[in-house]
Write a protein that binds this ligand. Sequence first.
Ligand SMILES: *Cc1c(COP(=O)(O)O)cnc(C)c1O
Length: 524
Amino acid sequence: MLKYSNRIDLYFKIVYNKANMESGCKRSMSDKKYISTRGQQKPLDFYDAILQGIGSDGGLLVPDFELEQKDLKSLQNLSYVDMATEIISSFVDENAKEEIRELCQKAYGNGLFPQEVVPVKKAGDVYIAELFQGPTAAFKDMALSLLPHFMTYSLKKKGEERKVMILAATSGDTGKAALEGFKDVEGTYIQVFYPVDGVSPIQKQQMITQTGSNVDVVGIQGNFDDAQTAVKKAFQSPDLKDLCDEHHVFLSSANSINIGRLIPQVVYYFYSYMTLVHDQEIKLGEPVNFTIPSGNFGNCLAGVIARKMGLPITKFIVASNKNNILTDFFRTGKYDARRDFYKTNAPAMDILVSSNLERLVYMVSQDSQKVQTYMDNLNKQGVYEISDDLLEKLQTLFKAGWLDEDEVLSVIHTCFEETGYLLDTHTAIGYGVYKEYQKAFRDETKTIILATASPYKFADSVYEALENQKLPEYEAIEAVHQKTGVPIPTPLVHLDQKEVKHHKVIHKDDIIQEISQKIKELSL
Ligand SMILES: *Cc1c(COP(=O)(O)O)cnc(C)c1O
């Protein structure tokens, strides 16, 4: 079987697949397999890929089949649920469509999101796709509203009788969205690790007040990378594996290392594009750019997949905060994590080990040996450098830039003054970096900025940006509302009055110990 990119330039030649479809060539369901970026994982079907969460060799799972080329015309005017069904079923058995529709309905059509799941607004000359309308007011809801349904569906398909224990490391937003998604979901248990001083007070309050009988929230003294690294190690630990077997439990991941996080994110690229077509802002088939405030690079990678499925995207503009490792990478080809880690006013992007870059490097190189070498270098020396030919390929598609904290505040201020649109700190980075790109390259291509959080999740910074003075979090929420009239998302109303249920804080080296403890308790 040919791998999808062996015979094409990954980015530019997408015609082959159409020809394939026209010749009536149908792949059998068993062709839709997932393999690891590091090459040592036996191919898995969709369900096992979801349940396992990560390659047994420590790599990330990626499709090992030709991505289905979508006919744009047929996707016009679909509701979000219908669009999600069309896109997502391309990743599952061919006969699973109706079941996938049910899952999408549960995630996006049952009142967790408003009627308009992803509104696209205009701010000056850019379009802003609001990915934060879900139950926790952050873009993580787009995938984590669906992932638990993928899990239970996969458990059922596989006749799995063990319980699944979901592990999540969070830089603030994943944790809450995963907790909301998995709370009281049968057959699952979820444990979330967050850096105790590395998330905003509102993010923290959202997590430590979490209800549900199967949830556990643990603060760690360390940063997000420490948490994510420990969680990745947990999957590799033979001791934990034995313990899991003994207690009829297996581990899976709710981080964007799980392919089940990426697949739902492909949908909103198509959806926001089609909204612009519907609103007659662009013509069907007209190329656009996307700007993505990035951390773990999962959001952007979903766009790369959308592009491979035929969405006409010219450029991805990758925006970072002061932890600008991605900016350096796209400019130089060198991924150098030997640098200071900064806590910034856009904490969900405070990341130095951007997991999904591994998938990108694999997709472009199609060389698991190379990926393994790069990742070994990263683990041992804290740095790797891709070859020139790979860098050249990446640079035709990606532009990257970053803003410091003061620039973030000034962008929020200016954008609100000039356009009336209120940005959160993360989206402001996207907006600011895009404006710089536009000036530097004079690119007139219509551009969609992905808005990743409600401004109220980072209300103290937003208030500071607007008024040039500080207020405590909860007062800032009220004051921002008074000033701008932008509605406060329901999940954030009276958040300060909720009961704190999770007090635990541990050292970063004790994460695996903590997981073991929980597994033992679980089967009592
Ligand atoms: C998670 C997150 C990001 C970064 O997304 P990645 O997929 O990790 O690149 C950006 N902004 C906000 C608000 C987030 O929660």
